[in-house]
Design a protein. Structure first.
Length: 315
């Protein structure tokens, strides 16, 4: 009996006739599938309902990998679970195909792969709409409207004399310099404000878009794998290479934070803005954090017409 033939059986019938199936020469692999389904049938059905509910809540639709216009049925979901099980993965890590419909039919309509566990942990709701670049551009527009100035989203550390000189001459950075090329490190946004801090220095503000791939935990690495389209096995060469890249990316974040903190007396400040924040929350967070860093109350900037108009159009 093939795996496909077995999947045609009703689960309850399968439980009832397992001894008969074995008697007709079921392979050891298929016996393992039967045992797995007998033990997990309730959980798998519940997981299928849960992932459907969660996907719809996020404006996503589970679709067939063979036809993205067809909704995923339980049989194909079961195939995905068995494939995951065969690879030593939990059912919640089964590879699923999702189409971004949107909660009000306002999604991009593109299809991508993800797992139930990732969705549950808010990792990769839409690979296209929630991409790091799109979130960075959203924060970039907010900065320019908030301060009514142009912000540079192509500034490298090497272009900021005070920062690069400090990094290259101060021994506190030696450990970082051994691991990375600081001349290729870029800031998501950098803006020199027409506002002076309490030291009389014009505020030189760097803003980093903080997606989940920047978190120093399991969710952070899973997000890094997701955005790098990883589809291999845990522990394989690609996985190990990506893990090393992720660790270096976190250390780059640390270096930027340290360099700007070490140069605050010269007017340099860095704010990391969480991509999970709504546009309105990003405005509040930027102004509140600037107040904590500089003791300057800039809350009045949230009432300028340009930022108000932007918040009406940006989502």
């Amino acid at each position: 009996m093939s795996k496909e033939a077995y999947l045609e059986l009703n689960e309850m019938m399968a439980r009832r006739y397992v001894p008969s199936i074995k008697a007709y020469g079921m392979t050891q692999d298929l016996q393992n599938y039967v045992k797995f389904l007998n033990k997990k049938s309730y959980i798998i059905n519940k997981a299928f309902r849960n992932v459907n509910y969660l996907a719809k809540k996020k404006g996503l639709k589970l679709v067939s990998q063979y036809n993205n216009d067809v909704e995923l049925d339980f049989k194909e979901y079961l195939h995905a679970v068995l494939d995951a099980y065969d690879s030593g993965k939990y059912p919640g890590n089964a590879k699923l195909y999702l189409k971004h419909i949107g909660t009000n039919n306002d999604g991009c309509g593109k299809t991508f792969t993800n797992s139930y566990n990732n969705l549950r942990n808010n990792i990769g709701n839409c690979k296209y709409c929630d991409s790091p670049w799109k979130n960075q551009q959203k924060t970039h527009k907010i900065l320019e409207a908030l301060f009514n100035q142009e912000s540079n989203d192509e500034t490298y550390l090497k272009d900021i004399d005070d920062i690069i000189d400090d990094i290259l001459t101060n021994p506190i950075y030696e450990e970082y310099l051994e691991k990375m090329d600081v001349f290729r490190m870029r800031l998501d946004d950098y803006i020199v404000l027409n506002i002076k801090d309490q030291n009389g220095q014009f505020i030189k503000l760097a803003v980093e878009s903080q997606g989940p791939q920047h978190y120093e935990n399991t969710k952070g690495f899973k997000s890094f794998l997701f955005f790098n389209n990883f589809d291999g096995e845990v522990g394989d060469l690609e996985w190990r290479n990506l893990y090393n890249e992720w660790i270096i990316s976190l250390e780059r974040d640390d270096l930027k934070r340290l360099a700007f903190k070490n140069n605050r007396d010269k007017g340099y400040y860095l704010i990391a803005v969480n991509n999970d924040l709504s546009p309105e929350e990003r405005v509040t967070y930027i102004l509140d954090t600037l107040f904590k860093l500089t003791k300057l109350d800039l809350g009045y900037l949230a009432n300028n017409n340009e930022i108000k108009e932007l918040l009406k159009s940006i989502t």
